[in-house]
Structures are given as C-alpha cells and as structure tokens.
Design a protein around this ligand. Structure first.
Ligand code: NAD
Ligand code: DAU
Length: 360
C-alpha cells in the first residue's frame, strides 16, 4: 500500500497523555488544532492536573483505561475513528524497574502488543484513502542502545540494541514488536528514540524535578555513584515539536533519533541547577551544600548520546532550547507551581478524575 501524508488537523488517539511528555504533547497538539482522545490508566505517574487547561475543551476527550484492555481499545478506535495513534503509555522510571520489573513487562511489552493488534484490526477496516493516511507513532528511548564509552560515537538509528535495565529491555522489546508489525503486516508505523527530557509536569522522581524539589525544601540532593554518568538533555517542548514533525513528514517504517545535542554529567546538571536556584530563590547559603553522593544504581549506564542528524537532514528538526534557557524555565516553573508538587506529595492529585472529568 502507498502512504499519503497524514490528515492535518487530525483526530489523535494518544496513550499515556496524562504523564509528563504525553501531557505536554496533548497541550501542544490541541493548541495546534488537533482533537485528542487521551487514553491513560492514571497510574502514580498520570496526573490530570497537567491537563487542567483543557478541562472544558471539547478537543480533549479523556478516557481512563489500560492499553492492555483490548476491548476498550477496539471500542475507542471504532467510536472515534482516529487518523493516528501516538503511543506514550509506559512505565518509565529505571529505578522502579529494578525494584519491580513485572509491571514494566506487562505495560511496555504486552500493552504495546495489545495496542498494535487493535491498531492493525482497525487499520485493515479503514477505507483505502483513510488507511493510506493512518499512522502509528511509537515513542521510545535512547536507553535501548545501551551504554557508551566516553569517546564512542553517539547512538545512530542503526546502532545495535543492547538494553541493560528491565526498563530499557522492555522498551527495546516494544520497539521490536512495532518493527515486526510493519514488516509482517504492513501497519504504517513510525518509531522515535529520544534522550532525557526535562521541563514542566515531570514527576518528581526523575533527576531534575527531584533535585529542584529537594533543593527548594532544603533536603539533600542525592547523586548516584560518582556522579560522572552522562545523559543528553532535551527540553520537553522540543521533543513534542519533533514528534509532530515525525508524525507529519516521517517516512513510514523508519526510526528517528531525537536528542538535545547537550551531553552533561549528572554532577554538572546538579551544579547548574543549584546555580539557577541560588539566583531565583536565594536560601542564605549556596544550594550546592546540599549535594551528597549515595549508593549507585545497579547496572547504571555510564553514558548516552544521540546522533540526531537523520531527523535534522530529512525533516528539518533541531532543538531550539539551550540547556541554560531550558533549565531557567524549568526551575521557574517548579518554583511557581509548588502547589503542583505539593498535590503529588499529598496524593491529592489522584482525586481529580472524580472532581473534574467524566470518563467513558
Ligand atoms: P510518565 O511515566 O511521566 O507517564 C507515563 C504515562 O503512561 C502516565 O500518565 C501513566 O498513567 C500512563 N500509563 C502507564 N501505564 C499505562 C497503561 N497500562 N495504560 C494506559 N496508560 C498507562 O512517562 P514519560 O516520561 O512522559 O514518558 C512517556 C514515554 O516516552 C514513555 O514511553 C517513555 O519510555 C518515553 N521516553 C521518555 C523519556 C523521558 O526522559 N521521560 C525519554 C525518551 C522516551
Ligand atoms: O534516556 C531517556 C530516559 O531518561 C527515559 O527513557 C526514561 O524514561 C527517563 O526516566 C530517563 O532515564 P534516566 O534513568 O536517565 O533518568 P533519571 O532522571 O532517573 O536519572 C538521570 C540520571 O541521574 C541517571 O544517571 C541517574 C541519576 N540520578 C537519578 C536520580 C533520580 C541521580 O544521580 N540521583 C537521583 O536521585
């Protein structure tokens, strides 16, 4: 089958759209004119506070449900007839995958399988023109490529898979399933592998929001091991822009790496955060006095780096935000939204569904 450009504006079925990246994407997609059916199980990581701005917007339809529920997915596809599926839903935190891997396998592997099967049935039922426009966009991670030596070249789309944590192994499995559903069944898929995101609405278990929250509360800033592990950091809005670009113009069946061209050791990230906090929220003494070194993460990958020349040369995308401006924005956002973090800390955020949303 030949593939035509997707319909714009479109109706999108987004999974995991109440999480960190998903909610940023939903807000952006709706403001760009798309209509979003947002399927999210509202695990601990799902937070409808993130979508408060859309509470009475008819372009956002929220449904609480699990990507592993085949009947629900089939019903949603049939009822809403989306032009694309954007698949964010996952268990996403490496430390949790070490403590309890089972739910990672269930959601990230079996959940993706269930979604692919439902998408295939739906896609096959579409009229020829709609089927040519349809896309399944799978959101994945750079962690599937494993760990790099200090001077090794950055990950490319053809780098071998070498996942090291239960999280990255489950994401790698999901990438392979998506690839297989394209090659075997012809489902029009796109896959993206992105580096570490940061920005508004990130759950305060991940490095940057955890450090901001602890620093603002005068608590220790726990750096794992020697703090010399390297990550590439991308502002979340740049990631969302890249995803819309891939959805619109990406070649079906292809993978695109997305990165921030911004490698930093964890020590550097925390030191820079402390410097921004000293300026925005002086605490009488420098925040870096709170830094402490704690036991390392088991199997801690040493370095990730992304070569994103393919998405740049093919689709014209590159990150806009610098790490300096992105960190400033992020620290300011958390400083101005301390009620958002407080509602997470108290568990209050989990009551919003009953208060503000109706589910179908
Ligand atoms: P997150 O943990 O903040 O959000 C995940 C969302 O998925 C939550 O809203 C949660 O309720 C929902 N969810 C979990 N299990 C579900 C299920 N069974 N059915 C329906 N919904 C379910 O994650 P994130 O950081 O926003 O990451 C989103 C996606 O992007 C993930 O697939 C992740 O692997 C990928 N990714 C994340 C990063 C990053 O730095 N955060 C980088 C690259 C790729
Ligand atoms: O690379 C993309 C991945 O980035 C995504 O696929 C994951 O979903 C996302 O969680 C993230 O994984 P990391 O493990 O890199 O992110 P995290 O924020 O947990 O940790 C970043 C680095 O900081 C890592 O080297 C571990 C370290 N760290 C983390 C925490 C929470 C600390 O030193 N102290 C901490 O308290």
């Amino acid at each position: 089958m030949s593939h035509s450009s997707p319909v714009f504006p479109a109706k999108l079925l987004v999974t995991g759209g109440a999480g960190f990246i998903g909610s940023n994407f939903v807000l952006r997609a709706v403001s760009a004119g798309h209509t979003v059916v947002n399927l999210d199980a509202l695990t601990y990581a799902g937070n409808l506070d993130n979508l408060a701005a859309l509470a009475s917007n008819p372009q956002h339809i929220f449904v609480q449900g699990d990507i592993g529920d085949a009947g629900l997915i089939a019903r949603l596809l049939d009822e809403h007839q989306p032009n694309a599926i954007i698949h964010f839903a996952a268990e996403s935190h490496v430390d949790r995958s070490i403590l309890g891997p089972e739910v990672f396998l269930r959601t990230n592997i079996l959940g993706t399988f269930t979604l692919l099967q439902a998408a295939l049935t739906y896609w096959r039922s579409l009229a020829a023109t709609s089927a040519q426009h349809f896309r399944f966009l799978h959101i994945s991670t750079d962690e599937v490529y494993g760990s790099l030596a200090p001077s090794a070249p950055a990950f490319r789309e053809d780098s071998p898979y070498a996942p090291n944590s239960p999280y990255s192994a489950s994401k790698a499995s999901s990438d392979h399933l998506v690839r297989a559903w394209f090659h075997t069944f012809g489902l029009p898929v796109l896959t993206t592998n992105c580096s570490n995101n940061y920005g508004p609405f990130q759950f305060p278990e991940k490095l940057i929001p955890l450090m901001i929250h602890n620093a603002l509360s005068g608590k220790p800033l726990p750096v794992y091991g020697d703090g010399l592990n390297v990550r590439d950091w991308l502002y979340v809005e740049d990631h969302c822009e890249a995803l819309l670009t891939v959805l619109e113009r990406g070649r079906v069946g292809e993978t695109y790496n997305i990165g921030g061209l911004n490698e930093q050791t964890n020590r550097e990230v925390v030191a820079r955060l402390c410097a921004v906090l000293d300026r925005i929220h002086p605490a009488g003494a420098p925040h870096d006095r709170l830094i402490c070194f704690v036991t390392d993460r088991p199997g801690h990958d040493r370095r990730y780096a992304i070569d994103c020349s393919k998405i740049h040369s093919e689709l014209g995308w590159r990150p806009r935000e610098s790490f300096t401006s992105g960190l400033e924005k992020t620290v300011s956002w958390y400083f101005e939204h301390d009620d958002w973090v407080k509602r997470i800390a108290s568990g209050e955020y989990r009551n919003l569904l009953a208060q503000n949303y109706s589910t179908s």
